[in-house]
Design a protein around this ligand. Structure first.
Ligand SMILES: [Ca+2]
Length: 422
């Protein structure tokens, strides 16, 4: 026993000597007093990868912050980081990001100048890109041969428009993991038939996987076959609840998907992002690029504010496939964002899909939120038919399949309309 006490004493002495020496030698260019105020707000800080360790030493030594690593394997990530003295850290391949409460002036004028800091951005709300809820509930089960769905009939036919059929490659063999980064999914809905897997819950105050708004359920379905149901597994990633979501939730969700992709044997991964910021976000753009750099396809809705999609994120990220909305007559939807950041058009007006009031109901929604899943389904079909490609090549492949110059008033540099492999 005496030896154990000696060992403890030895290490205690070492710590008492080493820690003060280290702290004294550490250059505190920032101080706790200037970092805190009565009106602190939450910020995301993105660091050069190599700067992270020194930076966290400074945070804990100079600002007395508690530095906690995010665990991407945890299914529920509700209500972490409640302590404003806590820093929640995310490790990516090309950078490290963390969230913390800071005084605004300190964050934007001092912290952003600290060596190794790439950018500092105030955390903000993200919004669903559903435009209109056409409150028509239909308790009708649809079969894959049902062609009353104009959106499905339209996307297999090119310039011939409507032929009464929806045909797509059925010899597909490769499974695809589709991550629905949204409001959750009603997993018991008959449309899904066991195809939904709980990915994670990443927003504070969210209903732990339940879809309180019906948006994620509608996006995940967007009528059964377009998501190539037989071969795809959908992973629910809840980043928005009844009252929306924020950048922190999106960061957690993206970190989770990247880690799930890295750990999976099946590297056929697609994320659907039917949401948008109000203004361009450097931080969210960096996170989306990190996904595509890891080989994950990102499909983003263009947004519903009838403005240039380059002004919002993730629509503006070059490596994402950005989808604008068209209607039954191939006209750009009047709400749809447009511009050079749009890669392709897909149906987004009066789209019938699963809803959350019970396990059989459907509802019509309008929005670029509804257009994006059509592209996710097409990427999944492409992968299962021809094999996977790096994201930039996949984007080119989907565009080369598309029907050219049929969108009326695209208000954009492109007029490509989605077509599934045939
Ligand atoms: Ca057709």
């Amino acid at each position: 026993m005496l030896n154990i006490y000696k060992v403890i004493l030895f290490f205690t002495i070492i710590c008492l000597i080493v820690i003060p020496i280290y702290s004294e030698n550490f250059n505190c260019s920032i101080t706790k007093a200037e970092a805190t105020s009565t009106t602190t707000e939450k910020f995301i800080v993105i660091l050069d990868k190599n700067a992270a360790n020194n930076h966290f030493n400074m945070l804990s030594t100079c600002l007395e912050k508690k530095v906690n690593n995010f665990d991407p394997s945890a299914i529920s990530q509700e209500e972490p980081n409640k302590d404003e003295n806590e820093v929640l850290v995310f490790y990516f391949d090309s950078f490290t990001a963390y969230f913390s409460d800071f005084d605004s002036d300190f964050a934007m004028n001092k912290l952003n100048k600290v060596e190794g800091v790439q950018l500092v951005e105030k955390s903000y709300k993200i919004y669903l890109t559903r435009s209109i809820t056409t409150a028509t509930l239909k308790n009708n089960k649809l079969t894959k041969s049902n062609t009353s769905l104009y959106n499905l009939d339209r996307i297999d036919t090119g310039k011939r428009k409507y032929d009464g059929f929806y045909t797509y490659p059925t010899n597909a063999g490769r499974a695809v993991n589709a991550y629905v980064m949204d409001t959750g999914i009603r997993m018991t809905h008959h449309e899904f038939k066991g195809r939904i897997k709980l990915g994670g819950v990443f927003c504070n105050g969210c209903a732990n996987g339940d879809d309180e708004l019906g948006h994620g359920t509608h996006v995940a379905d967007c009528r059964n076959n377009i998501w190539c149901c037989k071969i795809s597994k959908h992973h629910q990633c809840e980043i928005m609840g009844k009252y929306g979501g924020d950048l922190l939730a999106a960061t957690k969700g993206i970190n989770y998907v990247i880690n799930a992709h890295k750990n999976a044997k099946n590297k056929n991964s697609i994320i659907n992002m039917s949401f948008s910021t109000l203004n361009y976000s450097d931080a969210l753009a960096a996170l989306v690029k990190e996904c595509t750099d890891n080989g994950i396809h990102v499909v983003a809705s263009a947004g519903n504010d009838h403005k240039d999609a380059c002004l919002v994120t993730p629509a503006s990220v070059p490596s994402a496939i950005t989808v604008a909305a068209s209607d039954k007559l191939d006209k750009r939807a009047n709400f749809s964002n447009y511009g050079p950041c749009v890669d392709i058009y897909a149906p987004g007006v009066k789209i019938l899909s699963a809803f959350t009031s019970n396990d059989n109901d459907s509802v019509f929604f309008d929005g670029t939120s509804m257009s994006a899943p059509h592209v996710v389904g097409t990427v999944a079909l492409y992968i299962s038919t021809y094999g996977n490609l790096p994201p930039s090549n996949m984007s080119d492949a989907i565009i080369s399949l598309a029907t050219k110059n049929i969108i009326k008033n695209p208000n954009s540099t492109v007029s490509y309309f989605l077509r599934v492999p045939h």
